[in-house]
Design a protein around this ligand. Structure first.
Ligand code: SF4
Ligand code: FES
Length: 238
């Protein structure tokens, strides 16, 4: 017999071993997320995917789907809390969307739009963060890093472990695996998955910034809910 959960009252089948996020995506239900990527093990760090499961808060990307769970996802309370988290990410880093070449292709920006984020709400930290333009093909702007660890996980799968997160709290930084600490002295290649997985504009491929004009970018036509579900269905252009 098919096992089921409910999300916002909708009955959703799941397979043994699936997380709530995976079951939801398979049924066409979008749960906002940033550190989740369907091809990598969950990390559970951004908390954007928090849902209420039988009255308790859980991260959908890490929590298994279990028979009989009654889950709340698309509620005002949860979306208000997700908007606050997104606003915190914006003020903790230096995300200046109008001047960022990832604008329109950026998941952080798209989540902000999805959650109807109209301002930063919190005071901006204006933290000094270092930019590394030393690599011939890849630029890293730490101002835009949200510490999702996707580049860390991807580079581990690339067999290179180029990226790591160092420090805690306000001192947290993306660091590179080289004696000099510079990106140019790592094994990173422009074709590595790690160079292409960043959900923000923190890792950029040089000389490609404006090849797709503004107005024709990923989130200019579709919401992040639509593109995420396209991706989970295997449409990797989505
Ligand atoms: S550089 Fe990008 S992919 Fe890496 S941790 Fe920061 S936001 Fe995530
Ligand atoms: S997507 Fe689940 S914690 Fe980030």
């Amino acid at each position: 017999m098919t096992k089921t959960i409910t999300i916002d009252g909708k009955t959703i089948p799941f397979e043994e071993g699936q997380t709530i996020m995976e079951a939801a995506a398979a049924a066409g239900v979008y749960i906002p997320h940033l550190c989740h990527h369907p091809e990598y093990a969950p990390h559970g760090s951004c908390k954007l995917c928090s849902v209420t499961v039988n009255g308790r808060s859980c991260t959908a990307c890490t929590f298994p789907a279990l028979e009989g769970q009654e889950i709340l996802n698309d509620t005002k309370e949860l979306n208000d809390s997700r908007r606050r988290i997104t606003q915190m990410l914006f003020v903790e880093g230096n995300h200046l969307c109008p001047g960022c070449e990832k604008s329109g292709n950026c998941q952080l920006q798209a989540v902000g739009y999805y959650l109807n984020m109209l301002d930063n709400h919190f005071l901006h930290f204006f933290q000094p963060r270092e930019l590394d333009a030393s690599h011939p093909d890849v630029l890293v702007d730490r101002n835009r890093c949200i510490f999702c660890t996707l580049c860390v996980r991807a580079s581990h799968r690339d067999g290179k472990d180029v990226f790591a997160i160092s420090g805690r709290g306000i001192n947290k930084r993306l660091i590179f695996n080289s004696e000099s600490g510079l990106l140019k002295d790592t094994d990173l290649d422009v074709n590595d998955q790690a160079a292409h997985i960043c959900p923000t504009g923190a890792i950029l491929i040089k000389r490609t910034g404006f090849t797709v004009p503004i107005g024709e970018r990923l989130f200019d036509d579709k919401t992040i809910a639509e593109t995420s579900l396209d991706y989970e269905r295997g449409d990797h252009d989505g």
